[in-house]
Ligand binder design. Structure first.
Ligand SMILES: NC(=O)c1ccc[n+]([C@@H]2O[C@H](COP(=O)([O-])OP(=O)(O)OC[C@H]3O[C@@H](n4cnc5c(N)ncnc54)[C@H](O)[C@@H]3O)[C@@H](O)[C@H]2O)c1
Ligand SMILES: O=P(O)(O)OC[C@@H](O)[C@@H](O)[C@H](O)[C@H](O)CO
Length: 379
């Protein structure tokens, strides 16, 4: 049986990427540090993907197993020898931590087989596979690096499927029915159900990140401020729906200009996504969607990049500035990054977060607008 190794047996791992490989006839080995999940995968050998919709529908995912990379690193190296695909959905911050183990797997692999291996990071980050590749190369000797040519391929990708935090007592995963997985390559690669190949990923990942994830972030941070628990509950407030739509019109104006998208089609894409967010069956928490605000306030991420790009293009960015200000007020105690931001604000003020985390100059118009809105929202 064809083999896929997937790092991260969490929401997207089990609910999306691993499920597609299984449906495409692969045995999927999940690699994760969550001992309980790994044990369950090895005991139960299957789980269900349930669709978040009115009509009950579930798919049984079979041919799955798990390895704990903390306790069984050698076994991970072993499965990498036989894999056709190696994918991740682990969180962008974790990629550097798994790269040395993947490098060890590749070192053994390239001396025993010429079979091709395709590596794809499935994270909400522009160029995530390139970043993973660099970390892997940093862990490899020059002779091994030379042997990767023609044998190990790295493709960037964009993944889209809303998968909320799950009931941890079961392997089953509740997912929204919609999904999109876009992979950048001109190679002919073994088919995987649901994978779309494109030559240039930039318009796809930016359209996704700056519509789905920007919109989601606006809802999460405004919802959190308004004391809401879930995304759909937040969208019951029409004022917030308006804020989301106006923010996405700002990112949309940049995307239309940058990539020559059809404006009407893009407005329809915005509307479609606002409807996705309203799904009442998902019960998706504002604290999941707002998680890791240091990452989300990064210069290349869903809020700051569209704002700086809009500013450069002479386009509006005031709603984006409002969303950034709301992110600065996300003081969820269980989120380490949120707490770190609150500490910086307390010690040095909101502008310091923008200069140190978002890479914005202190005297930039965006910084000034965000700080002004921060104080207004706080009041
Ligand atoms: N959930 C979604 O709706 C969604 C949609 C599209 C993309 N994504 C992206 O997919 C990625 C994963 O998100 P998720 O929601 O599935 O998160 P998650 O927390 O459910 O899953 C991450 C998994 O990685 C594991 N992990 C953490 N550190 C590890 C390590 N050092 N070694 C091995 N495993 C480790 C965790 O135990 C967890 O099972 C993120 O980049 C996210 O942005 C998520
Ligand atoms: O995963 P994050 O933390 O980058 O972003 C939170 C959500 O916006 C995200 O997980 C979406 O649900 C997903 O990107 C939809 O495809």
């Amino acid at each position: 049986m064809k083999q896929a190794v997937h790092f991260g047996a969490g929401n997207i791992g089990r609910g999306f990427i691993g499920a597609l490989f299984s449906e495409s006839g692969y045995h999927v080995t999940f690699v994760d540090v969550a001992e309980q999940v790994i044990n369950k995968l090895n005991e139960e050998k299957s789980y269900h993907v349930k669709l978040a919709q009115s009509q009950e529908e579930q798919i049984t995912i079979e041919n799955v197993s798990g390895i704990n990379n903390m306790t069984h690193a050698e076994d991970v190296i072993g499965v990498i020898q036989h894999a056709t695909y190696l994918t991740t959905a682990i969180g962008p911050n974790i990629l550097p931590r798994i790269a040395p183990l993947i490098a060890r797997g590749l070192t053994e692999r390239v001396s025993v087989t010429d079979e091709k291996l395709y590596i794809i990071a499935c994270e909400n980050q522009i160029g995530a596979t390139d970043i993973l590749k660099q970390h892997i190369l940093d862990s490899l000797d020059d002779d091994i690096k030379a042997k990767l040519e023609g044998k190990v391929y790295f493709f960037n990708s964009a993944v889209d499927r809303i998968v909320p935090i799950q009931d941890q007592s079961s392997l089953d995963v509740l997912v929204e029915p919609y999904f999109e997985w876009v992979v950048e390559t001109t190679e002919t690669i073994p088919p995987v159900t649901g994978m779309t190949l494109v030559e240039d990923l930039a318009p796809f990942i930016e359209r996704k990140l700056f519509t789905v994830n920007t919109g989601h972030a606006v809802i999460a941070y405004l919802g959190y401020l308004a004391g809401k628990e879930t995304i759909d509950e937040t969208l019951a407030d029409e004022e917030i729906v308006t804020q989301v739509r106006e923010t996405l019109k700002e990112t949309g104006a940049y995307l239309v200009k940058e990539y020559g998208l059809d404006e009407q089609q893009h407005l329809a894409y915005i509307d479609k996504n606002i409807e996705r967010f309203k799904n009442t069956y998902l019960n998706d928490g504002v604290t999941r969607v707002g998680r890791a605000p240091i990452r989300k306030l990064g210069p290349e991420d869903r809020l700051v990049r569209p704002a700086t790009q809009a500013q450069k293009a002479g386009l509006a960015y005031t709603h984006l500035a409002n969303a950034i200000a709301a992110a600065l007020l996300f003081d969820y105690p269980e989120d380490e990054e949120a707490m770190e931001i609150q500490k910086i604000i307390q010690d040095k003020g909101p502008a310091t977060v923008l200069t140190t985390i978002s890479g914005l100059p202190e005297d930039s118009d965006i910084t000034k607008e965000v700080v002004r809105r921060y104080h207004a929202l706080k009041a």
